[in-house]
Design a protein around this ligand. Structure first.
Ligand code: FAD
Length: 340
């Protein structure tokens, strides 16, 4: 079977390595990236859940860890967490070691199977009927040496901003919003004031917040195109972490390589928390107050090692909701609608 993988991000690079190790004949494609770090989106935070997935392809996650954290500062509150920043550009490069990445998109007629790993572009699978994408902006920049090496998160209109310590006095700073231009929000949130020099790299991107059950089909009706990663909604809609889910989706694909129905059932079943986050997000975006059942589902938020009680969840959501109602969902002050 001749397989094309379209997209050499987290999902496509991991998939290429796994399929190559399994003896498959593959070609890996990607579009050129013009930004300094050479990937997009650049994402740096993850958890130890990545360890067994990388071990499965002969890589040691510790080779990629830049900083490890036992707390995360959420507004003014330090919460226990088990998190780490990793060198994602180097990890992707190591996953692709020994493989050529072909420029552009595959010619479908040349392949028996095409894996759509094109992230939010979802360039080959049929479009999603009710897709939800939010806008993000991010930069990598040097920060003041006096800054404590703690990841920080602040909520902003319709989303949140983050500042994650990397190595060598650098930080990954970004913002996502479901309501308005995150670049304006990033300027106002205070994190850019920590800069100790010019921005090294920056880009804008989208995040798919549809969750797998909303991102169907994940296999085309002729069974030729199969999706993985963010192309099929494998990213947590509220927190926005998608690296480990992208790898997990590849594992599911390999388990069901000849059974599209089983694959379609397995993906949403593997990520129940994504479904809970999507449910809550859509409630908030509609300007409604979440029910107690929705809040309780969010309490199971242990995957990031962040221990959040119902009181903290309610406080955070109240803040988000207040801003959502203040600015309205369908139009922000600049007249931009949400990106759908
Ligand atoms: C601003 C931001 C910050 C994030 N931070 C984190 C984080 O800290 N931790 C975390 O776990 N997750 C984070 N995420 C989410 C995570 O980065 C994604 O969910 C994950 O990268 C998805 O991997 P993917 O391979 O499915 O898609 P992508 O990484 O988006 O890769 C898709 C690839 O497909 C290529 N492509 C697109 N169209 C075509 C085409 N027609 N032909 C060929 N190639 C094509 C693109 O060039 C790209 O290289 C973040 C996301 C954003 C937007």
């Amino acid at each position: 079977m001749k397989i094309a993988i379209a997209g050499a991000g987290a999902a496509g690079s991991y998939c290429a390595r796994r399929l190559l190790a399994g003896g498959y004949d593959i070609d890996l494609y990607d579009l050129p990236h013009k930004n300094v770090c050479g990937i997009a989106p650049c994402a740096w935070m993850t958890t130890a859940d990545i360890a067994p997935l990388l071990a499965g392809v002969g890589l040691d996650y510790q080779d990629y860890v830049l900083r490890s954290f036992s707390t995360v500062r959420f507004e003014d509150c330090d919460l226990p967490a088990v998190l780490m920043t990793i060198d994602k550009p180097r990890l992707l490069s190591d996953l692709r070691r020994g493989m050529a990445v072909l420029d552009g998109s595959p010619d479908l007629s040349r392949y028996d199977r095409v894996i759509d790993a094109t992230g939010t572009a979802r360039a080959f699978l049929p479009p999603i009927a009710d897709d939800h994408l939010c806008r993000c902006v991010q930069v990598r920049m040097p920060v003041l040496p006096s800054l404590p090496p703690v990841p920080s998160v602040r909520y902003v209109t319709g989303g949140y901003a983050w500042s994650f310590p990397l190595e060598g006095g650098l930080r990954h700073v970004g913002c996502l919003s479901h309501l308005t231009d995150p670049a304006d929000l990033l300027k106002g949130c205070g994190f850019l004031e920590d800069a100790a020099g010019p921005v090294i790299c920056g880009c804008r991107s989208l995040l798919r917040v549809t969750a797998p059950s909303g991102a169907l089909p994940c296999v085309s009706s002729d069974r030729k195109i199969w999706g993985i990663g963010e192309a099929i909604g494998c990213v947590y809609p509220i927190v926005g972490d998608g690296i480990v889910p992208a790898f997990e989706s590849v594992r599911l694909l390999l388990d069901h390589l000849e059974d599209p129905e089983a694959y379609t059932a397995a993906v949403p079943a593997a990520f129940p928390q994504m479904e809970a986050e999507r449910d809550l997000l859509l409630t908030l975006k509609a300007g409604k107050i979440p029910g107690s059942g929705q809040l309780l589902r969010m309490r199971d938020q242990t995957r990031l090692g962040i221990r959040i009680g119902v009181a903290e969840v309610a406080r955070v959501l109240a803040g988000v909701l207040a801003r959502t109602q203040e600015h309205g969902y369908t139009k922000d002050r600049a007249g931009h609608g949400p990106v759908h």
